[in-house]
Design a protein around this ligand. Structure first.
Ligand SMILES: CC(C)(COP(=O)(O)OP(=O)(O)OC[C@H]1O[C@@H](n2cnc3c(N)ncnc32)[C@H](O)[C@@H]1OP(=O)(O)O)[C@@H](O)C(=O)NCCC(=O)NCCS
Length: 152
């Protein structure tokens, strides 16, 4: 079940575990995650299996635009529709908050994420050269900007 994740240190530690499993050295630290909770624009949603958070999404609601900062699902829980349901939850929430669109950046070589976003109604609207720091994970530093219009 997907729920809005309220702040607690055990939740922060669980999210940090997901981050490490999904992003390795690029993972958000405990302090980064606490920072998101302190950001008045940020909202976090998670899918749980029992007491364990197995996937989460962070969205910033910036007036008419929602920005997805992160979506991650533990490797052993992937391809079960969790990513899709997290993005559907964000779309519903963003609409209720009065947003007209959702925007995000994704590494052009992150095929699984690009395909997830396309499946969820996002379109590539631009490319940002050298947007990311160089990492071992992807051969390119370029980002697609992707957009989903929200219908009222
Ligand atoms: C991207 C991610 C969140 C997808 O989560 P997920 O729960 O597996 O997504 P879903 O099961 O809802 O998959 C939805 C669709 O995405 C696409 N997709 C997902 N994984 C894919 C893969 N490895 N290769 C190709 N397409 C893939 C498919 O179209 C899939 O639909 P299908 O299963 O019917 O074919 C997950 O792979 C992940 O956590 N990756 C690492 C973190 C990351 O890079 N996040 C994005 C940061 S911008």
């Amino acid at each position: 079940m997907i729920t809005k994740l309220q702040f607690s240190m055990p939740t922060v530690f669980q999210l940090n575990k997901i981050e490490k499993a999904c992003f390795g050295k690029e993972a958000w630290t405990v302090n980064n995650i606490i920072g998101e909770y302190q950001n008045e624009f940020s909202h976090l949603f998670g899918e749980t299996d029992g007491e364990t958070i197995v996937g989460y999404v962070c969205v910033r609601i910036m007036y008419e635009e929602a920005q997805i900062c992160n979506v991650a699902v533990l490797p052993q829980y992937r391809r079960r529709g969790i990513g899709t349901r997290l993005l559907e939850t964000v779309a519903d929430f963003s609409k209720v908050q009065g947003c007209e669109r959702i925007e995000l950046e994704v590494n052009t070589a992150n095929v699984e994420a690009v395909e997830l976003y396309k499946k969820c109604g996002f379109e590539v609207v631009g490319t940002r050269r050298d947007f990311y720091r160089r990492t071992k994970r992807f051969p390119t530093r370029d980002a697609y900007t992707m957009l989903k219009q929200l219908t009222r």
